[in-house]
Design a protein around this ligand. Structure first.
Ligand code: PMV
Length: 326
């Protein structure tokens, strides 16, 4: 029996997408900019089975009903495109330090999409692959590519226009991201639920949508100009504007915990001491710190001492999704 195995690495958005312009096709309401990391990844194997239904396991377990449903729907997209009818067994393994929620759906749906593409023998390029990965998870479209990645989105986004592409930049050698795990427990509000609640009833959401295209433009320009500090400042504005939308809901919520705030403060104090480093947070309490190769060990040593930080992982820009044995 032939097995199709693919690996994809997770990515962290420097400029965030938060909210969808169309839920069914999972079209992002804003464009985004990310960095694929070398340390957190998912490996997924697909093989055909003689069974009335598809089978999915994550880390050897069936997982929750919502994840099962999402994965099975994703498999169906590829089967429909191929015109075939056979069922498949999908085994996914997340490679992370702990079970603290850092293995985002990005690496999972990117690896799954690549393995399914080959299993169902679809003749598509990486642009089309990223569109299909997006239908599983918005950020998965970016994990198809290595290093810095631009994802297209916006209020007028369509299935055709909402894809990711790699950015060719000298920063792909010199950027570093330090991941600070600020909690050992699983996140309570997933990004899907968080962005849906926010986009429906935050009084700040329209301001987020209005400002993000400009922030993305400034960040892309900073990459062209090799201006690390402007890129870092745009990154901090993006994460804080995203998190501010949650505070503007009728039932406000937040992902930060006390360790998150300690880490943010330490990043600012490192900056006052002359280091160039900037923070970002996603739909969870962990803090990711962007810096450059020549300063990374000094910054990581200081941040690893923060009370409550259980793991400090230094990441370099990581590879795009790849098929094993190809
Ligand atoms: O990939 P999703 O649909 O789970 O959403 C990811 C959302 C953020 O991580 C908060 C932002 C981003 O652009 O990655």
């Amino acid at each position: 029996m032939t097995t199709f195995t693919a690996t994809a690495h997770t990515n962290i958005a420097l400029i965030k997408y938060w909210g969808k312009s169309a839920v069914r096709l999972n079209l992002p309401a804003t464009g985004s900019l990310s960095l694929t990391l070398d340390r957190f990844y998912t490996t997924t194997s697909v093989e055909f089975i003689d069974s009335p239904s598809d089978v999915f396991s994550l880390n050897g377990l069936a997982g929750d009903a919502a994840t099962q449903k999402r994965v099975l729907e994703h498999i169906q997209i590829f089967r429909d495109l191929s015109g075939r009818t056979e069922k498949v067994s999908v085994c996914s393994v997340n490679h992370v330090n702990t079970n603290s929620g850092l293995a985002s759906s990005a690496s999972g749906f990117a690896a799954l999409s690549l393995a399914l593409t080959h299993a169902f023998a679809l003749k598509i390029d990486n642009t089309q692959l990223s569109r299909l990965a997006r239908q599983g998870s918005g950020s998965a479209a970016r994990s198809i590519f290595k290093g810095l990645v631009l994802m297209h989105g916006g209020p007028q986004a369509t299935h055709e226009s909402a894809f990711a592409e790699p950015i060719n930049s000298a920063f792909n050698d010199t950027l570093r991201m330090i991941v600070l795990e600020c909690s050992q427990s699983e996140k309570t509000i997933g990004s899907r639920e968080g962005m849906s609640t926010t986009s429906q009833n935050s009084i700040f959401y329209q301001a987020f949508l209005h400002n993000h295209p400009l922030l993305l433009k400034h960040a892309l320009n900073a990459i062209i100009e090799k201006d690390f500090n402007t890129l870092g400042q745009c990154m901090e504005q993006s994460t804080m504007q995203m998190h501010a939308t949650m505070l503007g809901c009728s039932k406000p919520f937040w992902y930060f915990n006390p360790t998150t705030l300690l880490a943010i403060n330490e990043v600012r104090s490192l900056r006052e001491r002359g280091y160039q480093c900037y923070f970002t947070m996603d739909a969870g309490p962990h803090v990711k710190v962007l810096c450059q190769r020549h300063e990374v060990s000094g910054i990581a040593n200081t941040l690893s001492e923060i009370n409550g930080v259980s793991n400090t992982t230094v990441c370099t820009p990581g590879p795009g999704a790849f098929l094993h044995g190809a």
